[in-house]
Design a protein around this ligand. Structure first.
Ligand SMILES: *Cc1c(COP(=O)(O)O)cnc(C)c1O
Length: 498
């Protein structure tokens, strides 16, 4: 299998090269040139298997240049003993007859980003060995909160790598900020940006595609790569959990192998829902993909109208990891539904960067509406949903998952479709404790973060994740805030480049 760029089909790399590079030089994203097919019998063969065994099966279809034992080392290192607080890694919790919560937050940082970022460093070091890389790989990350911490945890003290994380200084929750600025490890650096996530992401993309900068880095023995979901190595592990969740539902007698399900995903950069789209393309029986946004509803409008227009107000919400106006991974979807038309993608992406807007052809838009349903939900209804699900189903949602549940209910009201639905739960409620508590009727004005954790524990009757409790009293290592145009300067400083 080869990996091609969405902006130039003639670029052909192995998966190891694509993962190491992160983003193509032409600014495009790497995608496989064909998709493996998973049949009903394959799914049958995955029943009764562990998460790691299922991951080995799915990943081997995509990482065709990795040996079986290389893949097994990666999955064992990522999901093996004690890494995740659930033995199932990503358990499915049935909360009523149609809603199945896929808990993706049992990893070390309590958000779904761990599902991919615990394995990406293993992919990366394997890829470096396979390709004879002699430079130090510098992982540049723009984060809306969860990616940064998950990438830091994944890459800390990994030989041959350095990691630099940029986060919007006012756009993350207190716990998220605390998780990052107390990060340990000898190869890590964390910088706050005065701006929003899009400023950070645009800044990182600019640095990636600036050839003068990459030349200067190369001279100093460094090469950039990415841990954002633009990296194929981030996306491919996410395909696994949709297959695994389906298997769990078959095993539990909730569905029969072959039955269709819906998948509902709280969406920001479009990575998680794209993985569900790819799973469907490979043969997972999925009826609708429900794309849930918060008040930043650019994707809802896009799915409804076929026009992507980022020229709109940016809102800070109680679901900050979805406060995004430019969803990078949409490019991969557009490439796929255009029939791998790289010229078309260049045209659309040029329009997006020039005027902030593009319009799909009727044919492309029809393909999207056949499969996707989009909806959005503001902070008020996010909190109402947390309260309702707690009252009706006895389950405590985090703010992002609550957006998904609200949008799912809108979908059912509009369509009457009662197909059993997997709702991706992307964070532990403890990570967004203030908003969750307030939704549950507790207004904790004068409490610190750790008192909030205790309050939520009492209310939800859930255990506080160990990694969050351990933040109490941890030394702050990174308190710098810089302007977005100073990003390269701070990278040079972190790498000791004169
Ligand atoms: C990153 C994140 C999202 C959005 O996921 P995308 O793959 O960017 O669409 C949703 N919820 C949480 C908690 C996240 O960390």
């Amino acid at each position: 299998m080869n990996y091609i760029s969405t902006r130039n089909k003639n670029v052909k790399l192995t998966s190891a090269e694509a993962i190491k590079k992160g983003l193509s030089d032409d600014g495009g994203l790497f995608v496989p040139d064909e998709f493996p097919k998973i049949k009903k019998a394959d799914i049958e063969s995955l029943l009764g298997k562990t998460y790691i065994e299922r991951a080995n099966f799915i990943l081997s279809k995509f990482l065709t240049d990795f040996t079986k034992s290389e893949i097994e080392k990666c999955t064992e290192g990522a999901y093996g003993d004690g890494k995740f607080s659930s033995e199932k890694v990503a358990p499915v919790v049935k909360i009523n007859d149609s809603e199945y919560i896929l808990e993706l937050w049992h990893g070390p940082t309590c958000a779904f980003k761990d599902m991919a970022l615990q394995i990406l460093p293993h992919f990366m070091t394997t890829a470096m060995k396979k390709t004879g890389e002699d430079k130090t790989i510098v992982i540049l990350v723009a984060t809306s909160g969860d990616t940064g911490k998950a990438a830091l945890e994944g890459f800390k003290d990994v030989d041959g790598t350095k990691i630099i994380v940029f986060y919007p200084s006012e756009g993350v929750s207190d716990i998220q900020k605390l998780q990052m600025i107390t990060q340990d490890g000898r190869n890590v650096c964390v910088e706050g940006i005065s701006g929003n996530f899009d400023d950070a992401q645009t800044g990182v993309k600019k640095i990636f595609t600036n050839s003068e900068i990459s030349d200067e880095l190369e001279k100093n023995g460094f090469a950039f790569s990415s841990a954002n979901s633009i990296n194929w190595g981030r996306l491919v592990p996410q395909i696994v959990y949709y297959f695994s969740a389906y298997c769990d539902m078959v095993e539990g007698g909730e569905i029969q192998n072959g039955d269709k399900i819906n998948v509902c995903v709280p969406t920001g950069n479009f990575g998680n829902i794209l993985a569900a789209y790819y799973a469907r393309k490979m043969g997972l029986p999925v009826n609708k993909l429900i794309c849930a946004s918060n008040k930043n509803d650019v994707l809802t409008d896009f799915i409804k109208t076929g026009v992507y227009n980022k020229n709109r107000e940016f809102y800070q919400s109680v679901s900050p990891s979805m406060d995004i106006l430019i969803s990078s991974n949409l490019e991969r979807l557009l490439f796929d539904i255009s029939g791998n038309d790289d010229k078309k993608i260049n045209d659309l992406m040029n329009k997006l960067s020039a005027g902030g807007e593009y319009r799909l052809t009727k044919t492309m838009h029809n393909k999207i509406t056949k499969l996707f349903w989009g909806g959005c939900c503001d902070d008020y209804f996010t909190k109402v949903q947390i309260w309702k699900t707690f009252a009706e189903d006895g389950y405590t949602l985090d703010t992002h998952t609550a957006v998904a549940v609200d949008v799912y209910k809108q979908y059912v009201t509009e369509t009457g479709d009662m197909t059993k639905t997997i709702i991706a739960s992307t964070a532990s409620p403890f990570k967004f404790n203030a908003a969750v508590l307030s939704a549950l009727g507790i207004e904790p004005y004068d409490k610190n973060e750790f008192e909030l954790l205790d309050l939520l524990k009492e209310k939800s009757e859930m255990e506080i994740p160990e990694s969050l409790a351990a933040l109490n009293g941890k030394e702050i290592r990174f308190d710098e805030i810089i302007d977005a145009d100073e990003m390269y300067k701070s990278i040079k400083k972190a790498l000791n480049i004169k």
